[in-house]
Design a protein around this ligand. Structure first.
Ligand SMILES: Cc1cc2nc3c(=O)[nH]c(=O)nc-3n(C[C@H](O)[C@H](O)[C@H](O)COP(=O)(O)O)c2cc1C
Ligand code: SF4
Ligand code: SF4
Length: 246
């Protein structure tokens, strides 16, 4: 079983490749509500694929794991995609599974392309393509079982709660703006995994004070009308699909 959560397509691509090879169920956390219950087959591996979020996982994924029930789990493999550095992301997810009484996961870090354009530039299209070629090779090694697993060191683990605490501040929706190029297509409202956006009088409004800060709305707006404060204004948008379409 492969459970994934993805905003700009990196983790979705990884999940699809895993499922292609392993078969079994493919579950998109963005589409799940309520209190899911999962039963695994004997000897079945439970895979999670998600994106690194301030050296942890996003609120939506964490809440999903906390609320869900998993039965007959003997092995968990987690692949965390990131833009450059996973930090103590492995420690965060290990803690979460142990608190749930689940087995300690094997964690892989997979460097793809960053979508966190609030803090830094998205690389040029050429650089994105190079990064994704490297990521594809690393992913093949993960699937074959020849890739090194990820273990953050003691110091990084000490720093991780402080770094991840920054995420709470980043979840505030008030800095989101929409400019006049908006064509009222409604995609941002439809795509938001936490229903933080509503279209009113043909324009999006952020109706929750906090969201997942996944940046799906910003990167997937077809006319790049959405920004977060000033920092994203002149920065590239990124999706896995647009980078790999030709
Ligand atoms: C809120 C947020 C925080 C992020 N924090 C980190 C980080 O600490 N380190 C890192 O390397 N990438 C970070 N990223 C980049 C993503 O982890 C990376 O681009 C990921 O592959 C995106 O996956 P997706 O396309 O499946 O959404 C962050 C992205 C977001 C949206
Ligand atoms: S996705 Fe972009 S163009 Fe479409 S409604 Fe939202 S802001 Fe407007
Ligand atoms: S409002 Fe945008 S950034 Fe926030 S959760 Fe929804 S899609 Fe993600």
């Amino acid at each position: 079983m492969v459970i994934y959560y993805s905003s700009t397509g990196n983790s979705k691509h990884v999940a699809l490749r895993l499922q292609e090879t392993l078969k079994g169920d493919l579950i998109d956390v963005s589409c799940l509500e309520g209190h899911p219950i999962f039963y695994l087959e004997d000897e079945e591996t439970l895979f999670f694929v998600t994106f690194n979020c301030f050296w942890g996982i996003s609120n939506r994924m964490e809440t999903f794991i906390r609320k869900s029930e998993f039965y007959n789990v003997s092995k968990i493999i987690v692949i965390i995609t990131c833009g450059g550095y996973l930090g103590g992301g492995d420690a965060s997810i290990e803690k979460l599974f142990l608190e749930k009484g689940l087995p300690k996961p094997t964690v892989y870090s997979l460097v793809m392309v960053t979508n966190y354009s609030i803090l830094h530039d998205v690389p040029s299209l050429e650089a994105q393509k190079e990064k994704l070629i490297r990521a594809e090779k690393a992913l093949s090694k993960i699937i074959q079982g020849t890739q090194k697993t990820y273990h953050s060191n003691w110091l990084i683990r000490q720093l991780t709660p402080k770094i991840h605490a920054q995420y709470e501040k980043a979840r505030i929706t008030s800095p989101f703006t929409v400019n006049s190029s908006c064509i009222s297509c409604g995609l941002c409202e439809k795509n938001c995994p936490v229903h933080a956006i509503e279209i009113k009088e043909n324009k999006p409004f952020w109706v929750l004070p906090k969201c997942d800060n996944c940046l799906r709305c910003l990167h997937r707006c077809p006319v790049e009308a959405i920004n977060y404060g000033d920092s994203t204004r002149n920065r590239l948008r990124y999706t896995y699909e647009s980078c790999t379409q030709d």
